[in-house]
Design a protein around this ligand. Structure first.
Ligand code: KG4
Ligand code: ZN
Length: 329
């Protein structure tokens, strides 16, 4: 069993052997955060507390199991919102203690990467993974199960954060990624926004310049009283992000001679990014793996997968495991 409460989704899942999802119940809090334009940490913790037990029960029911069928309990301990993490962690500890079964703390980013083991049961390391979520942007070399080397990272905003900020300016609400994805499908990507290059670190990203350029473009149009095409801006911004993500990931795969490329995190659900990576994989001849959208955004099944491989390595946590807001992979 796995539990995930790091941000605004309360989720519990039952996963077999790290690859097979027997249930993956996700209760989204978006409705409660929407009117504030982003996740309110205090509301997130309270909502997790209200729903976590129900979600766990539902995960067992859907898997046609009872607690006695559970062999181990995996849980996200960080990174994430501290109060939110503590709710899932306390629930997981209680279950592990009551059942006398191992508790396995999972890094949320490792969970995202592990969604690919579910997406493609034949996937084994080594592989390269582009991790693009609301809080993180990494190019990661998965050398072995649970063994990672970070090759590139963002210098400022995460890819998802850029989507959310631009969407807010365009009045598209929260979360911004799915809204921009939808609107971009109707627009033309003709506006040339800058693609930040960091010359001394070819696999690092920067999205703050792009964000400022889009905001300036919108403000200029508004000042001149010109019409703003939300669809075209969404398409052009999205293309600028997708182009740089794909280019750097492909360059890293070529440089490190890795022929399997995976993708993870909420932004990996983006339709333009999926298509561009698919095209690039054909052009450069690498194998491309990506989880279905529900396994890209936050969910407990991916945590269950990561927990399984940690467990197999004997990496078991004790009941003093604490939540950590900032923890790297
Ligand atoms: O992985 P995730 O669910 O949570 C974090 O760990 O951060 O990622 C959420 C992020 C949000 O910024 C959201 O706007 C973005 O993923 N996102 C998308 C799409 N779906 C979710 N971004 C672009 N296109 C999408 N279709
Ligand atoms: Zn996440």
């Amino acid at each position: 069993m796995a539990i995930e409460t790091s941000c605004d989704d309360t989720s519990a899942a039952v996963v077999r052997d790290g690859r097979q999802v027997l249930s993956n119940v996700i209760s989204s809090q978006i409705e409660f955060h929407k009117k504030f334009g982003g996740v309110v940490p205090e509301i997130a913790s309270r909502k997790h507390l209200e729903t976590v037990e129900l979600v766990i029960q539902e995960a067992l029911e859907q898997a046609k199991m009872t607690f006695s069928d559970i062999d181990a309990v995996g849980v996200t301990y960080g990174p994430g919102l501290i109060g939110a993490l503590l709710v899932g962690l306390s629930a997981a500890k209680a279950i592990a203690l009551a059942l006398g079964k191992p508790l396995i703390g999972v890094n949320h980013i490792e969970g995202h990467i592990s969604a690919n083991y579910i997406a493609e049961p034949s996937l084994v390391p080594p592989f390269l993974c582009l991790v693009v979520s609301g809080g993180h942007t990494y190019i990661v070399k998965t050398e072995d199960y649970c063994k990672y080397e970070i090759i590139g990272r963002t210098r400022d905003d995460a890819a998802g954060e850029a989507f959310d900020k631009i969407a807010r300016t365009l009045g598209l609400g929260y979360p911004g990624g799915p809204a921009i994805d939808k609107r971009a499908a109707y627009g033309q990507a003709y506006i040339e926004f800058p693609k930040a290059a960091i010359h001394d670190h070819p696999y690092d990203f920067s999205f703050s310049g792009l964000k400022t350029a889009v905001l300036n473009y919108i403000n200029n149009l508004r000042q001149r009283g010109q019409e703003i095409s939300i669809d075209d801006i969404a398409a052009s911004f999205q293309k600028a992000v997708v182009d740089v993500l794909v280019e750097k990931t492909v360059n890293a795969a070529l440089k490190y001679n890795i022929n399997t490329v995976a993708m993870a995190g909420g932004v990996a659900a983006n339709s333009a990014l999926r298509k561009a990576m698919m095209d690039a994989s054909k052009r450069y001849g690498f194998r491309f793996i990506y989880p279905q959208p529900i396994l890209c955004t936050d969910n407990a099944a991916m945590i269950g997968s990561a927990a399984f491989f940690r467990w197999m390595k004997g990496d078991i946590s004790d009941l003093f495991l604490n939540a950590v807001a900032n923890v790297s992979l």
